[in-house]
Design a protein around this ligand. Structure first.
Ligand code: GRG
Length: 294
């Protein structure tokens, strides 16, 4: 990773991690719910989505402060989705990012409410953003509903649950991930562009870039899952116990999944080349998504 990218990622991660808790601490709300919300918000993570918002403002030469509220709103929605995804009624996970999951610490009922609180609060951040025009607020909220709701992440999650027991086609798998993981990542890119008042032509290209990056991110996730499992249990791709769920490597083979990942990254980079501005940061983030190791 270049030192420019590494400095960019580290400094923006620090900014987000400094600003994020303030939005919860300032709330007039019962301490227990604030504590549970803060627990997961502060539990680490790459902060890729909020960094993308700031990267777009940087790309268009705008003050990154303009993106802080939306960037933190997106991280709140991402965090809510992870809290709910870990619940016993969903994936039933005990650990997230190496720490006990929210429901393990606070109990199931509080964890559900912490997720609900984060989801709801995220909209308040956008609506009360002092730097954002009324017109942009409306557009950001409406795009966020599409990205995170039943037509986006929530819809992808249910399709994923329903598809768990059956063998899916590549098209079905792609549609699940486009919604479940892709749409919020795509929103991180286009919301940054909206806040930067980027040309509409660029916003439409960025929507396609977000689509490719969202799928690339998920394919990399599938690859990392299997490579991680191979290291832990020593089982190769295709062994039954590891691959009950349909994944890209299961349908395409590991080599095919890597080729598909490269295809999406190449498409994204081509589109970046055609934006009205140059963005070496975006190009480098594409390369990072293709090669990330966690
Ligand atoms: C419960 C409504 C609802 C939705 C859950 C996103 C999601 C939908 C579940 C997460 C399951 C999962 C592990 C998906 C794979 C891709 C993904 C979103 C990984 C986690 O995102 P990262 O890698 O996480 O950005 P960090 O920890 O870095 O924030």
């Amino acid at each position: 990773m270049s030192s420019v990218l590494s400095d960019f990622l580290q400094s923006r991660k620090k900014t987000i991690e400094t600003r994020l808790p303030d939005y919860i601490k300032e709330l007039e709300a019962p301490e227990t719910i604030k504590e549970a919300m803060l627990y997961s918000l502060k539990a680490g993570g790459k902060r890729l989505r909020p960094i993308l918002v700031l990267a777009l403002l940087h790309t268009y030469g705008k003050r990154e402060e303009l993106g802080i509220a939306t960037a933190c709103a997106i991280e709140m929605i991402h965090t809510y989705s992870l809290i709910h995804d870990d619940l016993p009624c969903m994936d039933d996970d005990d650990l997230r990012r190496g720490k006990p999951t929210n429901h393990k610490v606070f109990g199931e009922a509080v964890a559900v409410l912490a997720g609900d609180g984060l989801l709801t609060q995220s909209f308040s951040l956008i609506v009360n953003d002092p730097y954002c025009s009324q017109e942009n607020k409306l557009r950001l909220v409406s795009e966020l509903v599409n990205a995170a709701g039943a037509q986006g992440m929530v819809g992808g999650q249910i399709a994923d649950m329903q598809g768990e027991a059956k063998a899916l086609s590549l098209e079905e798998l792609q549609s699940i991930h486009e919604n479940k993981t892709g749409k919020l990542l795509q929103y991180s890119i286009i919301s940054g562009a909206i806040l930067a008042d980027a040309p509409e032509n660029d916003i439409e290209k960025l929507r396609k870039i977000g689509y490719h990056l969202g799928l690339a991110f998920q394919i990399r996730d599938d690859i990392l899952d299997i490579e991680g499992n191979e290291q832990i249990i020593g089982k190769p791709v295709g062994s039954d116990t590891l691959n009950e769920k349909t994944t890209y490597p299961k349908i395409l083979t590991m080599q095919g999944a890597k080729a598909k990942l490269d295809e999406h990254i190449t498409q994204a980079k081509k589109l970046i080349d055609h934006l009205s501005v140059q963005s070496s940061i975006l190009v480098q983030i594409c390369e990072l998504i293709a090669k990330r190791d966690h």
